[in-house]
Design a protein around this ligand. Structure first.
Ligand code: AFP
Length: 338
C-alpha cells in the first residue's frame, strides 16, 4: 500500500516560498489562510440565519447581526492591520484605500481583496469566494498610498482565492504554479489536495450569462456562436454558469474552459473589477497555462487608473480566449478614448 504524504498549507508555503520571499510574505499567506478559516466557519452556518437571526436583526445578546460580506471584510482587515507586513490594503467593500493605522508598523506588501465575491448567492446556498492579490509596496520608506494599489497584474507577487463550496478550498500561486488546499474542518487545517493545477486540454465548458446576448457587440455574439459549435467551429463545449466568479473560475480551472463577462450596452466596461477580481484570477490562469484578456489585450498588462475600475473579462484556456480577441478585433470598432 502506498501511503500518500499529508502536507499542511503552512508546511507547503514554508517549503515552497519563492527566492524573493522574506518571512513577512510567508506569514501574510498564513494570515490569509487563517482569515479563510474564520470566514468559512460563518459561511457554512449562513443557512441558520433564519433560525438564529437575520443580518441587520438583533441577536439574543442584543448585538446587531452582521452581513457576511461586512464580516469577511472586517476579519481580513483585523487580522492584517497590525502585523507589520503590509503598507496598505484595498477592499472591494471600501471606497478608498485602507490605511495601516499609525500606531502599527508599516510593512513591504500591499493586500488587495474582495472579501466575499458572489455574496448575493449566499441566501440560496450557492458557493461564494474570497479573492486576494499581493503586490510589493512601491516605496518602502513611505506609508502606503493609492499608487501602491494601482499596479498592473503583471507586477503581482501572489494571488489566490478561497472557495466556500461543498468543501472550503484555498488556491494560490506565488508565481511558481497553482496549488490547491482543502480545509479539513475536523482538525481545522488546510491540506494539500491539488498540486500544480493546470487547465486541461481539451476544455469542457464555457461560462457566460446568456441573458445579455442582445446587448453584446457583434464580435461577442459571433464568439458565443463559435463557442456553441456553430459557424463551422469544431468546438464541443457544454455551458455551465453559476454566477459566482470564484466557483465558475475554479470549475474551469479543473475541467478546462472559458469564463466571460463581456461589456454590454448597459455596462460598457462589464461588471467585474480589474483589481479585485480580474487581475488576480488572470495571474492564476497564466500560472495554470491559461490566459485572460479584456477582448483586446492581456488583463495582466492593464494599468489600473482607479481602485474600483471595471473591465470586460475573458479567461480560461488560451486558444479559447485568443479566439474571443480575434472575433472582437474583426467585428467590433475600437471604442473611442475617454
Ligand atoms: P454579487 O456579489 O452581486 O453576487 O455578484 C457576483 C459577481 O460579481 C461575480 O461573482 C459573478 O461572476 C457575476 O457577478 C455575476 O453577474 P450576473 O448576475 O450579471 O451574471
Amino acid at each position: 500500500m502506498t501511503i500518500q504524504k499529508i502536507v499542511t498549507i503552512e508546511r507547503f508555503i514554508l517549503e515552497n516560498q519563492p527566492q524573493h520571499a522574506v518571512g513577512d510574505f510567508t506569514n501574510l499567506l498564513y494570515d490569509i489562510a487563517l482569515a479563510a478559516k474564520l470566514i468559512a466557519h460563518k459561511t457554512t452556518r449562513a443557512g441558520l440565519v433564519d433560525i438564529l437571526g437575520r443580518a441587520g436583526a438583533t441577536n439574543i445578546q442584543g448585538e446587531e447581526q452582521q452581513k457576511l460580506d461586512v464580516y469577511a471584510d472586517q476579519i481580513i482587515f483585523r487580522l492584517c492591520d497590525h502585523t507589520g507586513r503590509l503598507c496598505v490594503m484595498a477592499s472591494e467593500e471600501q471606497e478608498n484605500i485602507v490605511e495601516i493605522p499609525e500606531e502599527f508598523p508599516k510593512g513591504r506588501y500591499v493586500l488587495i481583496y474582495d472579501p466575499l465575491d458572489g455574496s448575493s448567492n449566499i441566501d440560496v446556498n450557492v458557493s461564494v469566494g474570497t479573492i486576494f492579490a499581493i503586490f510589493r509596496c512601491i516605496d518602502w520608506d513611505l506609508r502606503g498610498r493609492l499608487e501602491d494599489c494601482l499596479q498592473p497584474g503583471k507586477d503581482l507577487v501572489a494571488a489566490g482565492y478561497i472557495l466556500y463550496g461543498s468543501s472550503t478550498m484555498m488556491v494560490y500561486s506565488t508565481g511558481n504554479g497553482v496549488h490547491g488546499f482543502t480545509l479539513d474542518p475536523e482538525i481545522g487545517e488546510f491540506l494539500l489536495s491539488h498540486e500544480n493545477m493546470m487547465m486541461p486540454n481539451p476544455p469542457s465548458y464555457y461560462s457566460v450569462n446568456h441573458s445579455y446576448f442582445g446587448r453584446w457587440s457583434t464580435g461577442v455574439q459571433q464568439y458565443i456562436r463559435w463557442l456553441q459549435g456553430r459557424n463551422e467551429s469544431e468546438i464541443v463545449l457544454s455551458e455551465r454558469y453559476i454566477g459566482s466568479l470564484v466557483a465558475d473560475f475554479h470549475r474551469n480551472l479543473q475541467k478546462g474552459g472559458v469564463f466571460l463577462y463581456p461589456a454590454e450596452t448597459r455596462k460598457p466596461n462589464g461588471k467585474l473589477r480589474l483589481l479585485y477580481e480580474a487581475a488576480p484570477l488572470a495571474f492564476l490562469a497564466k500560472q495554470a497555462g491559461g490566459y485572460a484578456s479584456n477582448g483586446r489585450m492581456p488583463i495582466l498588462d492593464i494599468q489600473p487608473d482607479s481602485l474600483h475600475q471595471r473591465v470586460p473579462l475573458f479567461i480560461g484556456n488560451r486558444p479559447l480566449v485568443e479566439m474571443a480577441e480575434k472575433l472582437i478585433n474583426e467585428h467590433d470598432p475600437i471604442p473611442a478614448e475617454g
